[in-house]
Write a protein that binds this ligand. Structure first.
Ligand code: NAD
Length: 450
């Protein structure tokens, strides 16, 4: 199959490279000239484990190429994927579909022969109808079908997720399009993943419903974590205890600083807006969004509390800036809101992230970046683990204790056990573990350094 992938971002580049690896001929098109120039030189503009090898191999074998000429690529393709961004629209929280519609218009003008146009971007219900209308308007005689094929990969494990998905959702009623999609995904559907065919609107909504459910699950365990702190229970054991129930499942039950990233925040909000417009509000998700927004500042208050009630004039070391490990993606990362709240409270911030600092520098002002966890701890009045990178899982606690101005660790990812940190004379606070909280209090009492 000849494929055009419009948008060479986190989804488009991974999907394009994986389709090429399946044996298809793929052309990735992007309007970002800088990104395209890097890709043509064999450089990968994002951090995603394994992606450089996959791109290099498939480019070398002639199955994957990069171009800015959308019309040329589309006119030669059997299938065109639209994988452009759908960020929150400024002001009202609806999905901004301008990139999708621009791409659709360009596709419409370039189509030749029967072509399947697939929206891989996460788009609200009805977007497929509008893409179809735009293409028809541009090219009244075009022979095409518009399909919804939402993507479920996770940054950090994107290639594995793409190649071993739980399911592939294909939304279309057109038999010709089903046959083409079946052929595209044949290497997976043979023995790995079922293809689930449904209507286009249902496919569009399935993606939002999936993300909203996961966001709700995270928010649920975060509230249970707060309750655990009040009642002296341990949220990790509660999560394990309920997660062993197959009806609930163990995933997405890690208490922490609230969900972030390029998908959950914008997609939950967009679903809320769609539902309100349809006069069928999703109040559970409205509440989820509101709890999660408040949680990030609450995490900053936790840091203030750990520092004895004030961070004014103190230096706080932040470990981890990206919204999760193994990505450089800083979009809607909890670190952004936590750092802002700590700055508002008068703290100076030093931060380190293993791969996210280049992106972070573009988004965060007025902070100092360190070259390692220890550089950040040097002279700090507290260190805060915001992202659970492996590099932070076995820190030299003895060394940290010596470097810090006051030995305080706030572990927002529950990476450590309280005892092991406290043993080194470092006051410790985590999320939803009542026992470490009381140990922390006793450490505060026995330490006159705070
Ligand atoms: N990032 C994820 O983990 C993830 C997972 C599942 C679904 N999604 C969805 O996939 C979509 C893409 O997300 P992303 O993270 O890859 O975005 P991204 O911002 O990383 O990439 C989008 C790319 O599209 C390009 N682009 C925009 N308009 C274009 C046009 N008209 N022609 C050519 N190129 C154009 C941009 O330059 C950019 O490089 C979004 O709808 C997102 O919600 C993302």
């Amino acid at each position: 199959m000849r494929i055009t992938m419009i948008g060479a971002g986190y989804v488009g580049l991974v999907s394009g490279a994986c389709f090429a690896d399946f044996g298809h001929q793929v052309c990735c098109v992007d309007r970002d000239a800088e990104k395209l120039a890097m890709l043509k030189l064999g450089k990968i503009p994002i951090y995603e484990p394994g992606l450089d090898d996959l791109v290099t191999t498939n480019t070398a074998q002639g199955r994957l190429r990069f171009d800015d000429n959308l019309a040329d690529a589309v006119s030669q393709s059997d299938v065109v994927f639209i994988a452009v961004g759908t960020p929150s629209r400024r002001g009202d929280g609806h999905a901004d579909l301008s990139f999708v519609y621009d791409a659709a218009a360009e596709v419409g003008r370039a189509l030749k022969g029967f072509t399947v146009v697939v929206t891989k971007s996460t788009v609200p219900v009805g977007t497929g109808d509008e893409v179809e209308r735009i293409i028809r308007e541009q090219n009244p005689t075009a022979d095409f079908a518009v399909v919804s094929n939402p993507e479920f990969l996770r940054e950090g494990s994107a290639i594995e997720d793409f190649k071993r998905p739980d399911r592939i959702i294909v939304g279309t009623d057109a038999e010709r399009a089903k046959a083409v999609m079946g052929e595209i995904y044949r290497p997976l559907s043979l023995n790995v993943a079922p293809i689930f065919y449904t209507s286009r609107r249902t496919a569009e909504l399935t993606k939002y419903a999936g993300n909203a459910f996961l966001a709700m699950k995270i928010t649920f365990i975060n509230e249970i974590a707060d309750l655990c702190e009040r009642l002296g229970a341990d949220v990790q054991d509660v999560a394990r205890g309920i997660g062993m129930d197959n009806r609930i499942g163990a995933k997405f039950l890690h208490a922490g600083p609230g969900y972030g990233g390029s998908c959950f925040p914008k997609d939950t909000l967009a679903l809320v807006k769609t539902a309100q417009d349809a006069a069928s509000p999703v109040r559970l998700i409205e509440t989820t969004v509101s709890i999660n927004d408040q949680r990030k500042r609450a995490m900053a208050r936790k840091v203030v509390e750990a520092c004895g009630g004030s961070v004014r004039g103190k230096t706080i070391g932040i470990l981890g800036l990206t919204f999760k490990p193994n990505t450089d993606d800083m979009r809607d990362a909890p670190s952004l809101a936590i750092i802002q709240a700590l700055q508002d409270a008068g703290a100076s911030i030093k931060a380190y992230d293993p791969v996210g600092m280049e992106q972070a520098r573009k988004m965060i002002e007025g902070i100092e970046f360190g070259e390692s966890a220890y550089a950040v701890a040097d002279g700090a009045h507290a260190i805060v683990i915001v992202t659970e990178w492996n590099a932070f899982r076995s820190l030299d606690l003895k060394r940290l204790r010596v470097l810090m101005a006051t030995p305080v660790m706030v572990d927002l990812r529950n990476v450590y056990r309280g005892e092991e940190v406290m043993k080194h004379g470092i006051a410790y606070s985590s999320v939803g573990r009542g026992d470490t909280r009381s140990m922390f209090d006793s450490a505060m009492l026995s330490s006159n350094r705070i």
